[in-house]
Design a protein around this ligand. Structure first.
Ligand code: PEP
Ligand code: MG
Length: 556
């Protein structure tokens, strides 16, 4: 049976038929004008009909959807129903443009107008573009852009997925993701883990799989198998029907405590964390609350957002990360200038060089939210590189009344000088996504570099080890909050290297808990040595997985 190999980024196996993500809608040629004999009224009617069709489709989808997806679809349907866009497009037709081009230009005009209004209206520009693409596709008889709708289970094949695609993905029917591009920390990978979907990225061959082909996706091995046997299909279905739960007390087989925490992106992610019985939140990515905002949020606005998360964890730890703006997560009010190398630029804590009050306001908001709720609040800064930055951050936190201030260790320099960093910082949380991209000098979003961008790289594990050793020396806890923590085999290695907490997408908690519970601390230490001494990431992964038969028992 033929198979396509890529990089497995979200474990689990699933079988279903392939559905392809439609091609993005191409911009109609700027000179697409009507001929002299064209029927202008008929062309204008085509636009009205296409817009009505788009509105109807979106409303019907919104009715069937839930949560985030429903909200996104409803907002887009509202925009499709707004007569401004259709009216402007029809005027452009009267001026001689073909329907597709007329819609395209009208959307640009409406978008500019909304952007000028700023605030909430500026954030609707995205919806205008989405409606534009849908109307242009309808006019050309092409499938609507975005995640296709299906009533049958399917494996979604795409070049890569954008954050905007993700809200409308329904995990009830989409059972796995396979992409040509993307790395282990791409949006596809993060989304797949959040939804608990097996995923393989950086597998260019998936684009050529004929639609409707039955495939078996193995998200741990990174393999997409075409036309699997009846026996293989049966095995996958048997494992999928088992349901695992976490008892809320992470530990190894011999009882060594390992806190299992959840990564939360915004207040809406809280429900999944509570449902997974997480011991708290190890990474609250506050920037996700304000993506797309053109102005800095007010202190009150922030307090409301943070309290919504803290309220769900009374008596439990919540680690709030200050805004990590820049590179793959730009915030217009913190990253106004275009930089040649944004991942190496003014991002994370560094934005406070320019916008110190934004950081101080945020710390004030976190302190207010903490005082109003019962959670045990820790706070940490992203992208800390030096001991001086750590000390400055801790001092700012103290001024704001926040006692437990720590740092993310995601820059190799911080790991290498962890002893000094941990003099002032009360704890460290290893951000293995960025730590890997900076250690290997490989953009975390580039599919072509996915083999380099792998947290199993022994060089990355050595930096984890160094940081843990500094934690022991300074008596500071060291945890991991990067995607590495969600890989059950790697989680054992991290524990063996000395980390005392693992924070991950809530869906992964039961799997990580179960594998840890089947492994003693001494075994973890032995596995860590195997991984760190391996010549490369693949060898490390293979050597460790071979020693953990529990993984195949659990279908991981
Ligand atoms: C990381 O870099 O590992 C991390 C947890 O932060 P983010 O993925 O949000 O950059
Ligand atoms: Mg990071």
């Amino acid at each position: 049976m033929p198979e396509i190999t890529g990089v497995g980024v979200s474990p689990g196996r699933a079988v279903a038929r392939v559905v392809h993500m439609p091609e993005p809608v191409a911009e109609p040629a700027p000179d697409a004008r009507l001929g002299p004999d064209a029927d202008v009224a008929a062309e204008q009617d085509r636009i009205a009909t296409a817009a009505a069709q788009v509105k109807g489709d979106l409303e019907a989808r919104a009715q069937r959807a839930q949560g985030d997806g429903k909200a996104v679809l409803e907002a887009t349907a509202l925009m499709a129903a707004d007569p401004t866009l259709v009216g402007a497009a029809q005027e452009n037709v009267a001026g001689g443009l073909g329907a597709g081009r007329a819609v395209w230009d009208a959307a640009a005009e409406v978008g500019e107008m909304l952007a000028r209004l700023g605030g909430y209206m500026a954030e609707r520009v995205r919806d205008v573009d989405d409606v534009r693409d849908r109307i242009v596709a309808a006019l050309s008889g092409l499938p609507a852009p975005g995640v296709p709708e299906s009533t049958e289970p399917y494996v979604l094949a795409a070049v890569d997925l954008a954050p905007a695609d993700t809200a409308t993905l329904d995990p009830a029917t989409c059972v796995a993701l396979v992409t040509a591009e993307g790395g282990p920390t791409s949006h596809t990978a993060i989304l797949a883990r959040a939804l608990g979907l097996p995923a393989v990225v950086a597998a260019p061959g998936v684009i050529d799989i004929p639609a409707g082909t039955l495939v078996l996706v193995d998200g741990a091995a990174g393999v997409v198998q075409l036309d699997p046997t009846a026996e293989q299909i049966e095995q996958v279905r048997a494992v999928a029907s088992r349901h695992r739960t976490f008892d809320g007390h992470g530990r190894t087989a011999d009882g060594r405590r390992v806190q299992l925490l959840a990564n939360v992106g915004d207040p809406k992610g809280v429900a999944a964390a509570v449902e997974a019985n997480a011991e708290g939140v190890g990474l609250f990515r506050t920037e996700f609350c304000f993506l797309g905002h053109t102005e800095a949020p007010t202190i009150d606005e922030q307090v409301t957002a943070y309290r919504a998360v803290l309220a769900a964890f009374p008596g439990k730890k919540v680690v709030v990360r200050t805004l990590d703006a820049g590179a793959d997560k730009p915030l217009p009010f913190l990253n106004p200038a275009t930089e040649a190398n944004p991942a190496l630029g003014v991002r994370g804590l560094r934005t406070s060089i320019r916008f110190g009050t934004v950081l101080d306001d945020q710390l004030a908001a976190i302190a207010q939210a903490a005082a109003a709720e019962q959670a045990t609040v820790w706070v940490m800064a992203p992208m800390v590189a030096t001991a001086r930055e750590a000390a400055d951050f801790v001092a700012r936190c103290e001024t704001a009344g926040l006692e437990t201030a720590g740092v993310m260790v995601e820059v190799p320099g911080a790991a290498l000088s962890a002893t000094h960093v941990l003099e002032s910082a009360r704890f460290a949380s290893l951000g293995t996504n960025d730590l890997t991209q900076y250690t290997m000098a490989a953009d975390r979003l580039l599919g072509e570099l996915a083999q380099l961008n792998d947290p199993w790289q022994p060089a990355v594990l050595r930096l984890v080890q160094l940081t843990c050793a500094a934690g022991v020396e300074r008596d500071r806890p060291v945890g991991v909050c990067g995607e590495a923590a969600a890989d059950p085999a790697l989680a054992c290695v991290l524990v063996g290297l000395g980390v005392s907490s693992l924070s991950m997408t809530p869906r992964s908690i039961p799997d990580v808990a179960e594998v840890l519970l089947a492994t003693t601390y001494d075994e973890c230490v032995r596995l860590a040595a195997l991984a760190i001494d391996a010549p490369g990431a693949d060898e490390a992964r293979t050597a460790v997985r071979a020693e953990l038969p529990v993984l195949s028992d659990l279908g991981l």
